[in-house]
Design a binder for this molecule. Structure first.
Ligand SMILES: [Zn+2]
Length: 366
């Protein structure tokens, strides 16, 4: 297993401190990782580590697990339709990010790293802070000062050092990267680090095990694109192994306030459209320049899906409507429901729809 640049193929050791290619700034990927093999699922393990044999960890690494993954997939009545909701907000720190964090923290423990740095609007940082506390790592988090007070409190209560950065989301990333360069810490970025992305594949494998097939449509919030790209790769592995016949259609949900992917999709562009980094209640997807945008756009087109934006009012109303159906999520997750409503007429009544509900409603009071 090694890390390679996706643009120029420069090789890096798996414990590299680089987060993008040092020569060309290309994204880094893991190569030589195991393929999906259903016979290797440890069905006695009711966490995502049931897929231990398929997850890329350095030799001799021990999983750092708080029981993440293997979340419920339940039917929910919404807008007159029965849809399946993947309750990923029920992970140990209240968001889907724990899927990536458990992999990255397990890897860095094996590398002998003692200090991790991350920037996030809240969920990824809270996740890293929780797993750092659990495993005795030092964590420094850069988060926008305007992020949800509950998320900022969650980061601090776990004992991480929290640096609140004024300005838009991107300012926190700049501050984190500059600290990594100066202090030599490990950048446990939830959108650059390939170990993190690999943990996202497990959602696809769980949905497949829970349904015994692939759904027809998957709707999920998309910011940097990590969750969607990871889930797609999980399904792609299932298709390659002959476990499913066709890939689901992937629908990426964005906030109309920050919609570089939805705009690109509407305009037929292959790259995210440059947009202003405005604030939105869907703070978890307020990314004006999505790191995985190119791959995400390729995926939604290849699978006959879409990238669509919802307004702040549509997101608020979807959040309330879903809560009144029994499921309380944060606004970022509700964006997927708001976008689903816009797409319903393009989805046949007998098609299976799965919505990935990523963050707990308790993180963002109404
Ligand atoms: Zn490169």
């Amino acid at each position: 297993m090694e890390i390679r640049c996706t643009k120029c193929a420069t090789r890096y050791p798996s414990d590299t401190r680089a987060w993008v290619c040092e020569k060309c700034s290309g994204l880094l990927e893991l190569f030589g990782i195991p393929s999906f093999d259903a016979s290797k699922i440890d069905s006695n393990n009711s966490s995502l580590w049931r897929y231990r044999a398929m997850l890329p960890l350095p030799d001799k690494a021990t999983p750092v697990s708080m029981g993440e993954g293997w979340t419920p997939l339940i039917p929910v009545r919404y807008s007159g339709r029965s849809i399946l909701c993947k309750l990923d907000f029920l992970n140990p720190t209240g968001s889907f990010k724990d899927r990536g964090t458990t992999v990255i923290v397990s890897a860095v423990q094996a590398f002998g790293v003692r200090h991790v740095v991350e920037d996030s609007s809240g969920n990824a940082a809270a996740s890293l802070a929780g797993y750092a506390a659990y495993s005795g790592l030092r964590a420094t988090i850069y988060a926008p000062a305007h992020a949800s007070p509950m998320k900022l409190a969650q980061i601090e209560v776990y004992g991480a050092e929290l640096c609140k950065i004024q300005g838009v989301r991107e300012k926190s990333a700049e501050a984190a990267q500059s600290a990594v360069r100066q202090e030599g810490a490990y950048y446990a970025s939830h959108y650059y680090n390939p170990f993190f992305v690999s943990g996202m594949q497990t959602t696809a494998w769980e949905i497949w095990e829970q349904l015994r097939r692939a759904p027809d449509v998957i709707v999920m919030p998309a910011g940097q694109g990590t969750n969607l790209v990871g889930m797609y790769r999980g399904f792609e592995q299932l298709a390659r192994g002959g476990y499913i016949e066709k890939l689901p259609r992937f629908i990426a949900a964005q906030s109309a306030m920050v919609a570089p992917l939805a705009l690109a999709y509407a305009q037929g562009a292959t790259e995210p459209v440059p947009v202003e980094p405005y604030n939105t209640i869907a703070e978890g997807i307020a990314n004006s320049a999505p790191v995985h945008g190119l791959e995400l756009l390729r995926i939604v087109r290849k699978t006959n899906g879409a990238a669509i934006a919802a307004t702040e009012d549509e997101i608020r109303s979807a959040r309330l409507k879903l809560a009144q159906a029994g499921i309380f999520v944060e606004p970022t997750s509700a964006t997927a429901m708001a976008v689903l409503e816009k797409c319903l007429e393009d989805i046949a009544p007998d098609e299976t729809v799965v919505v990935s509900l990523t963050g707990n409603g308790l993180k963002t009071p109404l």
